[in-house]
Design a protein around this ligand. Structure first.
Ligand SMILES: [Zn+2]
Length: 344
C-alpha cells in the first residue's frame, strides 16, 4: 500500500483560520461562477465586481476590496439602484460590503457575506457628486434611530427609506432583508396592503441601523449553494419583534460581581468549508480587476484601476490585514448585546 504524501502547503492551509486564506485574495478565481456552501460558511468561484461608480450607485470602503459577488447579485443591486432612483426618490445607492474576491470568511466584520449573495446598502443616499477615495473611506455611519435605539427618528427617516427597503424585499429572488429591530418596528407600523406580505422577509438584526442588508436566494447554476430556510408567512411583528426590542432596551449598567470569562472566538478552518472552496483558493486568478468587472451595458464613469492599487491607505490596510488580530468593529456606536443571536 502506498502512502500518499500530503503537500506541506495543504497541511499549512488547514492549520490557519480560513479567513486568513480568503482575506489575502486580491482577485477572483478564473472559474465558472458558483456560490458554494452557506451564507456564513462558504466561498465564491468566478466572482464579479460591481463597478465602483454607476448611474445609480457608488461603492464605498474601496480599501476593503469587498465589492465582489455572484453576477446575479450584482445585477440585482444595480437594478435596485436604478429603480429606486427612478421611482422611489432615492438619489442612488451607497454600497458597502458584498464579498471578498473569492468570498469566504473575512478578517474583520461579518459572519456572513461569504458566497457573494449578501450586500450592505447604506441608509444614506449617495451624494450627487462622485466621491473621492478618502470620502468613501470615511463615510459617517449615520443612524436612522432615535436616542432610545428602539424606534426610528422621524427627522431622519423618510418615505424614501421605506420605499427602498420595500423594493428590495419585493424582488422574488431576495431571500431576506435584515434591518435593526427599530426599523422593523417602523415597517410593521407603516406598511399597508400588499406590502405587508413582505414583512416576513424583513428580519430584525442588531447593527443594521445605518445600513440594511440584502440576502439573495441561491441562483440557478449554483448547485452547491445552500439556501436558507424559507422565512414562512409570519410577519414577525408580534412576539418576535417585542423580544428583539426588549434586548435593545436601554438599562442601567450592572457591575459584574464575577470577572467575565473570556470566550476565545472559534474561527472557521478551511476544512469546515465545502471541499470545492480549496479548489477556489488554489485556482488561477483572472488577469486583472478590470477584467472581472461586471458590465451590464451601463456607462462606468470611473475606471476601477484608478483606485485602490495606488492608494497609500489601501496599502497600509492590505499590510495590516495580514495580521489576523486586526478587527474593524462594524457596528458603530450602538451598544450590542453580548450574545448576538444569529441572523434568522
Ligand atoms: Zn450586512
Amino acid at each position: 500500500m502506498s502512502v500518499v504524501a500530503v503537500p506541506a502547503a495543504a497541511l499549512a492551509a488547514d492549520a490557519v483560520p480560513a479567513k486568513q486564506l480568503f482575506g489575502k485574495q486580491n482577485l477572483p478565481s478564473k472559474q465558472p461562477t458558483q456560490s458554494l456552501g452557506f451564507y456564513a460558511k462558504g466561498c465564491l468561484a468566478g466572482g464579479i465586481a460591481i463597478p465602483v461608480d454607476g448611474p445609480a450607485w457608488q461603492v464605498i470602503h474601496l480599501s476593503r476590496n469587498r465589492r465582489w459577488g455572484n453576477p446575479e447579485m450584482i445585477a440585482l443591486i444595480e437594478r435596485l439602484g436604478r429603480e429606486s432612483k427612478a421611482e422611489d426618490g432615492w438619489n442612488g445607492l451607497m454600497i458597502g460590503d458584498i464579498s471578498q474576491p473569492r468570498g469566504g470568511p473575512m478578517l474583520s466584520g461579518h459572519a456572513s457575506h461569504q458566497i457573494g449573495l449578501d450586500a450592505d446598502i447604506w441608509l444614506t443616499p449617495m451624494p450627487s457628486h462622485t466621491m473621492s477615495y478618502q470620502e468613501r473611506e470615511g463615510i459617517p455611519e449615520a443612524s436612522v434611530l432615535r436616542r432610545d435605539k428602539m424606534t426610528v427618528d422621524p427627522r431622519k427617516w423618510t418615505k424614501a427609506h421605506e420605499r427602498l427597503i420595500v423594493r428590495a424585499a419585493s424582488y422574488p429572488q431576495v431571500e431576506r432583508v435584515f434591518m435593526h429591530p427599530g426599523i422593523k418596528k417602523k415597517m410593521c407600523d407603516t406598511l399597508e396592503g400588499r406590502d405587508r406580505a413582505l414583512l416576513s422577509k424583513m428580519r430584525p438584526i442588531y447593527g443594521h441601523h445605518y445600513h440594511f442588508h440584502i440576502r439573495m436566494k441561491c441562483p440557478s447554476g449554483s448547485e452547491n449553494c445552500e439556501d436558507q430556510v424559507d422565512p414562512g408567512p409570519d410577519s414577525g411583528c408580534g412576539k418576535q419583534l417585542t423580544e428583539w426590542l426588549n434586548r435593545v432596551k436601554p438599562r442601567p449598567a450592572v457591575k459584574p460581581t464575577k470577572p467575565t470569562k473570556v470566550v476565545k472566538p472559534k474561527y472557521l478552518m478551511l476544512s469546515a468549508l465545502p471541499n470545492a472552496c480549496k479548489v477556489v483558493l488554489n485556482a488561477a486568478p483572472v488577469p486583472s480587476m478590470a477584467e472581472a468587472e461586471y458590465r451590464s451595458g451601463n456607462p462606468v464613469q470611473v475606471p476601477v484601476t484608478a483606485y485602490a492599487t495606488e492608494d497609500p491607505v489601501a496599502k497600509v490596510i492590505a499590510v495590516a490585514s495580514d495580521d489576523f488580530s486586526v478587527f474593524i468593529p462594524p457596528m458603530g456606536s450602538i451598544p450590542q448585546p453580548l450574545v448576538r443571536p444569529a441572523m434568522q
